[in-house]
Design a protein around this ligand. Structure first.
Ligand SMILES: [Zn+2]
Length: 286
């Protein structure tokens, strides 16, 4: 492949070693073809689980607000159990609790609520991408998505975030919003609802280009479909995707606040005259 470079591979290597600089150059009349194949692959069935609470308004009940979380994690690897207490038992419990709260409330929301727990989020969000490809409720009438993932730990640096983002000293009452950049209307609703809850809503990870947080959770397929969607996220922390993600480390008071905030936000959207708008036009109109 390097025959047209005028140098042998060892010459190039020595040059790189001597100067500790890249030794890039164009290779004339050279075409490179690369093929890759997975060394290992297996097929498995993955399920999304859903529950519908039909809205009370004869017209608006055809529209839907989604409350979502993923329930899968990393399983057992090399004999080590990955419990995933924060990622994402916390969000799964939250969606189940939200379903219970809404079902028990005598005042039923006008729009319908769909509670969804996705499988295979840890496999590049296959569950949520499957949902938007095969929606149970029309995407055109899906007004908003409130996604809960890792809501019960306090954000702190992991090796990949050191130097990339600034994290406040006290994150015990902090929750990151990811995705609201694409719907200022949705942001306005959650900010209004938070006045009664008092969480610190932050945007450190909204547009970070190092951790690429926007692309790492189940709100993403909905944003790609043009639906206002946000991820309520307690932030990364030591123990992320490690066996040490266990129940003892959860911040339950924070988790309770996040669930109440998700409840108020979903309720407000479900009863509002119009749903939040999506996209640049909505940004300009604010
Ligand atoms: Zn997760």
């Amino acid at each position: 492949m390097l025959s047209t470079s005028g140098h042998t591979p060892s010459e190039l290597q020595q040059s790189i070693d001597a100067k500790l600089q890249p030794r890039s150059q164009a290779l004339p009349d050279t075409v490179v073809e690369m093929r890759s194949a997975n060394e290992e692959q297996h097929r498995a069935v993955s399920l999304n689980a859903v529950g519908l609470l039909e809205g009370s308004d004869p017209v608006l009940k055809s529209e839907t607000v989604l409350l979502t979380a993923h329930y899968d994690h990393l399983g057992v690897q090399n004999g080590r159990v990955y419990r995933g207490a924060n990622d994402n038992a916390s969000g799964t419990v939250a969606v189940m609790e939200l379903a219970r709260m809404f079902a028990q409330s005598p005042a039923r929301p006008k729009r319908s609520l769909l509670f969804v727990v996705f499988g295979s989020e840890e496999e590049i969000m296959l569950g949520s991408f499957y949902y938007t490809a095969h929606p149970l409720r029309p995407l055109a009438g899906t007004r908003a998505v409130v996604n809960l993932d890792m809501i019960a730990r306090d954000e702190a640096h992991i090796p990949q975030s050191e130097g990339a983002i600034e994290i406040p000293a006290d994150t015990s009452n902090l929750i990151e919003l990811v995705g609201t950049y694409y719907s200022p209307d949705l942001l306005a609703v959650i900010e209004r609802e938070d006045r009664a809850i008092g969480l610190r809503l932050d945007h450190i990870l909204e547009r970070d280009h190092i951790l690429n947080t926007l692309f790492r959770c189940d709100h993403l397929p909905f944003l790609e479909a043009g639906i206002p969607a946000m991820w309520l996220f307690g932030g990364f922390h030591p123990g992320y995707h490690e066996p040490s993600d266990t129940v003892e480390s959860l911040n339950f008071p924070k988790m309770e606040k996040v669930i109440k905030l998700a409840y108020g936000t979903a309720l407000a959207i479900a009863n509002a005259p119009a749903g939040p708008r999506f996209g640049p036009a909505a940004r300009a109109a604010r």
